[in-house]
Design a protein around this ligand. Structure first.
Ligand code: NAI
Length: 330
C-alpha cells in the first residue's frame, strides 16, 4: 500500500484533512497515511513546531499532503512552511488557478499557473534590528535558484501544452536582485523556442490581472511577488477555499492549499475542503494514481455543478455535508 505523509495542520487543518481522507478512502484507493503533527500545538511538548520526525517521514515517503499550519506574527519560531520548503529544497511552488464548474466569478476563462520561487528572496529569513527604530530584511536572489525556477516554469509549460511563460519582477527598481532574476529568465528562455516569452513589472501585472486575467498563461516570479500574486489569482477563481498548490523539489513533493489555517472559522465545520482536495488530486496524479485522481475530480466537479457549496462560495453546506455530497457523487 502506498504510504504518504499527512501533516494535518492546525486551525481548520484537521477538519479539511478529515474530509479529504474520507473522500479518498471512499474512492476505493488504499493509502496508508503517516500522520505527522506540526505547528503551534506541538511546540510545548517537542520544543519546535517542525520536529525532525516530520522531515524524516517525508524523506522516507517522498510525498506529503499538508494542511495549513499557523505562523504567529512577530517574534517566535520561524514559519513551519518556510522551514519545510527550505529543509527539503522544495524549490518550486506551483499554484494552478483555473475557473471551476459553476463557481461564479468576475471573469471566465481564467487559467493561470503561478510558478513561485520557494527558497530565497525576502523569505531567506535574513533580518536584523539595526537600532530600536530601524529594521532590515535582506532580499537574496541567486543565479542558481533563479535559473532552476525559470527552467521549471518552461519545462512545465512544455509538458502541459502551455503557450507562454511570463516573468514578473520589479527590475526597474531592484536592478541588481530582480535584474538577476530577469537575466536568468532571458538565458533559460533561449532553450525554449516553442514557448512565447513576456516580461512584466509586478505592479502592472496586478492591474492587468484584475482587468483581463485571461491574457496570462504561466507566470514565473521570485518568492514574495509569487506569494502575493497567487492569492490575487485565488481571488479570481473563487477565493482561498478553492486554490490548490504544490511545493516540488528534485527528491520530494509536498502538496498543500494556498490558504492558511483560517483561525476565524476554526472548529465551526464551515471550511471549504476543496483547495486541499484539489491539491490531493494533483498529488495522486504525481504518484501515478491518475484513474483515482480523475474519479475524485469528476465527483468534486459534479458536486459544484449541483450548486452544493460551502459558505465561502455562497452556499449553505457545512464541511461534512459537502464531504458527503462529494462521496455520494463518486
Ligand atoms: P487564511 O488563508 O488562513 O485566511 C484568510 C481568509 O480566508 C479568512 O477569512 C479565512 O476564513 C478564509 N479561508 C481560508 N481558507 C478557507 C477555506 N478553506 N474555507 C473557507 N474559508 C477559508 O489567512 P490568514 O488569516 O492570513 O492566516 C492565518 C494563519 O495561517 C497565519 O498564521 C498564517 O501564517 C498561516 N498560513 C499558513 C499557510 C500554510 O500553512 N501553507 C499559508 C498561509 C497562511
Amino acid at each position: 500500500m502506498t504510504q504518504i505523509t499527512l501533516i494535518n495542520g492546525d486551525g481548520i487543518g484537521p477538519e479539511i484533512s478529515d474530509s479529504v481522507i474520507k473522500i479518498i478512502e471512499a474512492s476505493g484507493l488504499k493509502i496508508s497515511w503517516d500522520i505527522q503533527t506540526a505547528g503551534a500545538d506541538v511546540i510545548e511538548q517537542e520544543g519546535t513546531p517542525l520536529p525532525e520526525r516530520v522531515l524524516n517521514s517525508i524523506k522516507k515517503n517522498k510525498v506529503a499532503l499538508k494542511a495549513p499550519v499557523t505562523t504567529p506574527i512577530g517574534k517566535g519560531f520561524r514559519s513551519v512552511n518556510v522551514q519545510l520548503r527550505k529543509s527539503l529544497d522544495l524549490y518550486a511552488n506551483l499554484r494552478p488557478c483555473k475557473n471551476l464548474p459553476n463557481v461564479k466569478t468576475k471573469f471566465e476563462n481564467v487559467d493561470i499557473v503561478v510558478v513561485r520561487e520557494n527558497t530565497e528572496d525576502l523569505y531567506a529569513g535574513l533580518e536584523r534590528q539595526v537600532d530600536k527604530d530601524t529594521a532590515e530584511s535582506i532580499k537574496v536572489i541567486t543565479r542558481d535558484a533563479s535559473e532552476r525556477i525559470c527552467k521549471f516554469a518552461f519545462d512545465y509549460a512544455v509538458k502541459n501544452d502551455r503557450k507562454e511563460v511570463c516573468v514578473v519582477t520589479k527590475a526597474n527598481i531592484m536592478k541588481l536582485s530582480d535584474g538577476l532574476f530577469l537575466d536568468c529568465y532571458r538565458q533559460i528562455a533561449e532553450n525554449y523556442p516553442q514557448i512565447k516569452k513576456r516580461e512584466i513589472l509586478v505592479d502592472n501585472l496586478c492591474m492587468q490581472l484584475v482587468q483581463n486575467p485571461s491574457q496570462f498563461d504561466v507566470l514565473v516570479l521570485p518568492n514574495l511577488y509569487g506569494d502575493i500574486v497567487s492569492d490575487l489569482c485565488a481571488g479570481l477563481i473563487g477565493g482561498l477555499g478553492v486554490a490548490q498548490g504544490a511545493n516540488i523539489g528534485l527528491d520530494y513533493a509536498v502538496f498543500e492549499p494556498v490558504h492558511g489555517s483560517a483561525p476565524d472559522i476554526k472548529g465551526q465545520n464551515k471550511a471549504n475542503p476543496t483547495a486541499l482536495l484539489l491539491s490531493a488530486i494533483e498529488m495522486l496524479k504525481y504518484i501515478g494514481e491518475n484513474e483515482y485522481a480523475e474519479k475524485i475530480e469528476k465527483a468534486l466537479f459534479k458536486t459544484l455543478s449541483q450548486s452544493k457549496f460551502t459558505c465561502d462560495l455562497g452556499g449553505a453546506l457545512s464541511t461534512s455535508e459537502f464531504t458527503d455530497a462529494v462521496i455520494q457523487n463518486l
